[in-house]
Design a protein around this ligand. Structure first.
Ligand SMILES: Cc1cc2nc3c(=O)[nH]c(=O)nc-3n(C[C@H](O)[C@H](O)[C@H](O)COP(=O)(O)OP(=O)(O)OC[C@H]3O[C@@H](n4cnc5c(N)ncnc54)[C@H](O)[C@@H]3O)c2cc1C
Length: 491
């Protein structure tokens, strides 16, 4: 039996464990610094109520479905997915509201009503363009091993011609402006760059496929909250013999001959292979010990971080407060990206994302109040810059705006908050970045580290920082691919 140690029980680590756990050849130990699994998919208890503090919607549930099957059950036996209505409301500065449905047609009908037939037509055409990108790109950039130029060339001329459909030469924003006339619909599509923490002015138009993933393939809530997804996957892994060690930070990974030595607080393990789910920056700066010269380097451009909070807000009906609300700022939306990526400061007038957990995930709030998750995109933490940000003042500004818009009441209060620095402190090596490297350049997909570290046989990466990238389903896919590469190495 070969021993595998997984460092970190985030979504990538859990997915790697579930991919391997039914194979009797592996003995799997997951070592996790926190007292719980899930990593950035976190939760917190305040005034007797537990609420999510990380992701608030699930896309590509087929990845979870696949993992459940790998571990011997069906998704529906463990997790119930929800499709709340109304699902999403986009609020624009001119007072326009667009409700998003659970099918492109439902949303197109709402767009037609609010912005007119032309915008509805452009919405449909843009989604069709996004679908084509996804269908050509996903087999090479998401589901398989990390792409390389050599691998691409081997596909041959005919296959490469197909790649024109992925629109790699324009930026997201250029492609949006070329196809969409209404500024509100442009902002709506630009926002998808934030789904992997990138900048629509720099990210390749290929990333426009993200809107197809959400609208064409669907988005869901998880009954009981995103934490329920985590807890269900941990239970499934444990039933299949995975040994979890929580509250156990690993301090070093050394290579001794063809084995690894993993040391930490209260843990000394040796193994045949190691899968690192911790942030790659942490591996490079702290964990990699003797014999672990990975050849990897820090990312040039990190994805966004966030200021997040949870408000204990007087309960409102779903038609007044849908599961998710996006409040765009009263200024050019692109200025928000200029603040984050050029001026490297939190947006002066940020887009505010709100998620109502009761509606999205069917969780219980307080007797008369519900937990409302608030998220503002910010730059990652710059260790070379003195932190002079007054987050308390920033919070007050956001609350004032939400009150002015009538989205919260005067007595509603913040019961939990986390600054980018807080996020960075919780996840060492991340600098508070949520999705690893930003995809701000044509070569981004090729620069993302692969799941196998060629320089150190037996060492694998399973996280949003590695191929194929961040977000819950992709981080899980990273774990699945790391497990595949490990299995191939050992046979
Ligand atoms: C506020 C917020 C909102 C988000 N919204 C969404 C969303 O709506 N939809 C979506 O798909 N994604 C969303 N994401 C992104 C998503 O949560 C992440 O991309 C994904 O969860 C990352 O998973 P991961 O496997 O890379 O690892 P992480 O979550 O980073 O987990 C790594 C784990 O390794 C552990 N670890 C680190 N160092 C050590 C060590 N030395 N020893 C032991 N353990 C260690 C950490 O404690 C952690 O548990 C959001 C994230 C945040 C923070």
């Amino acid at each position: 039996m070969a021993k595998v140690v997984i460092v970190g029980a985030g979504m990538g680590g859990l997915a790697a464990a579930l991919s391997l756990c039914r194979n009797p050849s592996w003995e799997i130990t997951v070592v996790e610094a926190l007292n719980r699994a899930g990593g950035k998919v976190g939760w917190h208890r305040a005034d007797g109520v537990v609420f999510d503090t990380g992701p608030s919607l699930l896309t590509l549930p087929a990845v979870v479905e696949h993992l459940c099957e790998e571990a011997g059950c069906q998704l529906g036996e463990r997790i119930n997915l929800r499709r709340p209505r109304p699902a999403y409301r986009y609020r624009f500065a001119d007072g326009t509201n667009i409700d998003i449905g659970h099918s492109p047609e439902e949303t197109a009908a709402n767009i037609a009503e609010v912005l007119g037939e032309r915008s509805a037509r452009e919405f449909r055409t843009f989604l069709e363009y996004a679908r084509k990108i996804w269908e050509v790109a996903a087999p090479h950039f998401v589901w398989g091993e990390a792409p390389s130029f050599g691998g691409m060339l081997k596909l041959g001329i005919r296959a490469l011609r197909k790649f024109r459909a992925v629109d790699p030469l324009r930026t997201m924003d250029e492609a949006i402006c070329a196809q969409i006339s209404d500024w509100r619909l442009r902002d709506f599509f630009r926002r998808y760059a934030t789904y992997n923490g990138s900048d629509p002015r720099q990210a390749p138009a290929t990333l426009n496929c993200i809107c197809w993933v959400e609208h064409g393939l669907g988005f869901w809530g998880v009954e009981g909250g995103m934490r329920n997804l985590v807890q269900s996957l941990v239970a499934l892994a444990e039933e299949n013999g995975v040994d979890f060690r929580f509250g156990t930070p690993v301090r070093s990974i050394d290579r001794r001959g063809d084995r690894f030595q993993i040391d930490g607080d209260g843990v000394e393990l040796d193994s045949d292979a190691v899968i690192v789910n911790a942030d790659i920056g942490h591996l490079l700066d702290e964990l990699a010990g003797s014999g672990v010269e990975t050849g990897l380097s820090h990312f040039d451009s990190l994805s966004m971080s966030a200021w997040t909070a949870v408000i204990r807000a007087s309960r409102r009906p779903a038609d007044e407060r849908p599961a998710h609300t996006v409040v765009f700022p009263e200024r050019d939306y692109l200025e928000e990206f200029a603040d984050i990526f050029d001026r490297k400061c939190p947006p002066k007038l940020p887009t505010i994302y709100l998620s109502a957990g009761e509606k999205a995930h069917g969780v219980d709030g307080w007797d008369d109040e519900e937990p409302i998750f608030v998220m503002i995109n910010t730059p990652p933490v710059d260790p070379g810059k003195k932190n002079s940000m007054d987050w308390q003042k920033y919070e007050q500004k956001i609350l004032r705006r939400l009150r002015k818009l009538g989205l919260i009441d005067s007595g509603d209060s913040v019961v939990w908050r986390r600054t980018p620095e807080g996020l960075a402190g919780q996840f060492p090596g991340s600098r508070g970045s949520i999705y690893g490297a930003a995809s701000n350049g044509r070569m981004a997909a090729f620069r993302r580290p692969s799941n196998r570290v060629d320089e150190v046989p037996g060492l694998y990466l399973a996280s949003g920082g590695a191929h194929p990238g961040g977000g819950v389903p992709l981080a899980m896919q990273s774990g699945i691919q790391a497990a595949r590469e490990l299995a191939a190495y050992c046979t």
